[in-house]
Ligand binder design. Structure first.
Ligand SMILES: Cc1cc2nc3c(=O)[nH]c(=O)nc-3n(C[C@H](O)[C@H](O)[C@H](O)COP(=O)(O)OP(=O)(O)OC[C@H]3O[C@@H](n4cnc5c(N)ncnc54)[C@H](O)[C@@H]3O)c2cc1C
Length: 335
C-alpha cells in the first residue's frame, strides 16, 4: 500500500478544486482493504472514497485518508438465452464499461453512455439520463465496511434506489466501500427512445443500442461543457418534485412551465428551466458561474473556491424559493 501525504486532489475532481488530502492511497486490490482499515484506526482518521471525482465539491483540506478506487475487471457470472449477468469491479470507468457491454452484444445501458465517473459511483446517486436510471439493471451491489472490516452484499431492493438517491448516501453507509456491481443485461436490444431528443432522432427509423449510444453521446457533447475544458460536475441541482396543486398554481404565472407526471402523483419540474427563468444562465459570481448554454450546470471559471460555490448555491436556492416557492436540492456531494 503506497500512502502519500498532503496530496492535492486537483487532478482527481472534475470541478478542479484545490483540495489537499492528509493521506492518499490508490486501491488496486481488495486484499488491501483490511490493511486500510488498520491504517485508518491507527491514524484515527476516517476513510473517504474517491471514484472519478465527477460528483464532488471538495474542501481546501481533507483530514482523512482518501482512497482512490482503481479496482478493475469484469466477468460474466451467468447467461440465459435472453440475459447475461455481469459483475464489474467498481473502479472501472463507467463510459468504457457501457461501450464494452454494447460491443459484446449486451444491452440496456446505452442511454447512460458518456456519464463520467466509475462503476462504483453509479449506484450512489442511481445515475440516470435520457429516460433510464441504472437501478433498472443492477441486481446486487457488493462492498466492504471499513468500520467493521466485513463484506456485505445488497440486493437492488435493499439499495433503496430512488431519484438520484440510494441507501449509500445515508449515514449508516458512510464507511461502506462498493467493490463491485452486478448488472443483468439483455441479449436482444430493447432501446428506450421515449426521451424527446431520442424520440425525434429515431422517429420512423430503427433504433439499435449502438445508434442510441451514439446519439446520446452526440446530444451530451452539444449540451454539456467538456470537463477537460470547463470544469463542472454536471447538473448541479436535482429536478424538484412538487404536488399537482403547486403545478397548477405555478402555471398561472409561468404558462410554459415544464412538468413531468410521476407514478406517485407528484410532478417533476425542470430545475434548469427555473434557474434560467430566474436569470442565472451565464451568471458569474466570484470564481464560479452558471453555464451560459445550460443553466443547470455550475462551472469553475478558474481558481474556483468552495466558498464561491456555496454562495452561488445559496443565491440560486433563495431566488427559486422566493419567486416560485420551490426548494432546490443540490445534486453533487459536498465533502
Ligand atoms: C459532465 C458531467 C455530466 C454528468 N451527467 C450525469 C448524468 O447524466 N446523470 C447522472 O446521474 N450523473 C451525472 N453526472 C454526475 C456523475 O458523473 C455521477 O454521479 C457519477 O456516477 C459519479 O461517479 P464518480 O465515480 O465520479 O464518483 P465521485 O464523484 O468520485 O464520488 C461521488 C460520491 O460517491 C462516493 N463513491 C464513489 N465511489 C464509491 C465506491 N466505490 N464506494 C462507495 N462510495 C463511493 C464518494 O465517496 C462520493 O461521496 C455528471 C457529471 C459530469 C461532470
Amino acid at each position: 500500500m503506497n500512502v502519500q501525504v498532503d496530496f492535492n486532489l486537483l487532478p482527481f475532481n472534475t470541478f478542479k478544486l484545490n483540495s489537499v488530502a492528509r493521506y492518499f492511497v490508490e486501491l488496486t486490490s481488495k486484499a488491501e482493504l483490511a490493511e486500510l482499515t488498520k491504517f485508518s484506526k491507527d491514524k484515527k482518521l476516517p476513510i473517504r472514497i474517491l471514484g472519478g471525482g465527477s460528483n464532488l465539491i471538495l474542501p481546501e483540506k481533507i483530514e482523512a485518508i482518501v482512497v482512490k478506487n482503481v479496482l478493475m475487471g469484469t466477468r460474466v457470472l451467468m447467461e440465459t438465452s435472453d440475459t447475461v449477468l455481469i459483475s464489474c469491479a467498481s473502479g472501472m470507468n463507467w463510459h468504457q464499461f457501457v461501450m464494452s457491454t454494447i460491443a459484446n452484444g449486451h444491452f440496456g445501458l446505452e442511454n447512460l453512455a458518456l456519464i463520467p465517473g466509475t462503476v462504483g459511483g453509479a449506484p450512489i446517486q442511481n445515475i440516470g439520463a435520457y429516460g433510464i436510471e441504472v437501478n433498472r439493471f443492477i441486481t446486487q451491489v457488493h462492498g466492504y465496511d471499513f468500520e467493521t472490516g466485513s463484506t456485505k452484499t445488497l440486493t437492488t431492493n435493499e439499495c433503496q434506489f430512488d431519484y438520484r438517491h440510494s441507501i449509500f448516501k445515508t449515514p449508516a453507509y458512510k464507511n461502506f466501500f462498493i467493490t463491485s456491481v452486478d448488472f443483468q443485461l439483455l441479449k436482444k436490444a430493447n432501446p428506450v427512445v421515449t426521451y424527446a431528443e431520442l424520440a425525434h432522432a429515431f422517429s420512423g427509423k430503427t433504433a439499435t443500442a449502438g445508434l442510441v449510444a451514439e446519439k446520446v453521446i452526440e446530444v451530451r457533447q452539444k449540451k454539456l461543457p467538456d470537463v477537460a475544458v470547463i470544469p463542472n460536475v454536471g447538473s448541479f441541482f436535482k429536478n424538484p418534485l412538487v404536488t399537482a396543486q403547486q403545478v397548477d398554481q405555478l402555471k398561472k404565472s409561468t404558462p410554459d412551465l415544464v412538468s413531468y407526471p410521476q407514478p406517485d402523483g407528484r410532478f417533476k419540474l425542470a430545475a434548469g428551466q427555473l434557474i434560467d427563468k430566474l436569470g442565472f444562465k451565464g451568471h458569474k459570481q466570484g470564481s464560479v458561474g452558471m453555464y451560459e448554454k445550460q443553466a443547470l450546470v455550475m462551472v469553475n471559471l478558474g481558481n474556483g473556491r468552495r466558498e464561491d460555490v456555496v454562495a452561488l448555491v445559496e443565491r440560486v436556492q433563495q431566488a427559486c424559493l422566493s419567486v416560485y416557492g420551490v426548494s432546490l436540492e443540490v445534486e453533487p456531494i459536498f465533502w
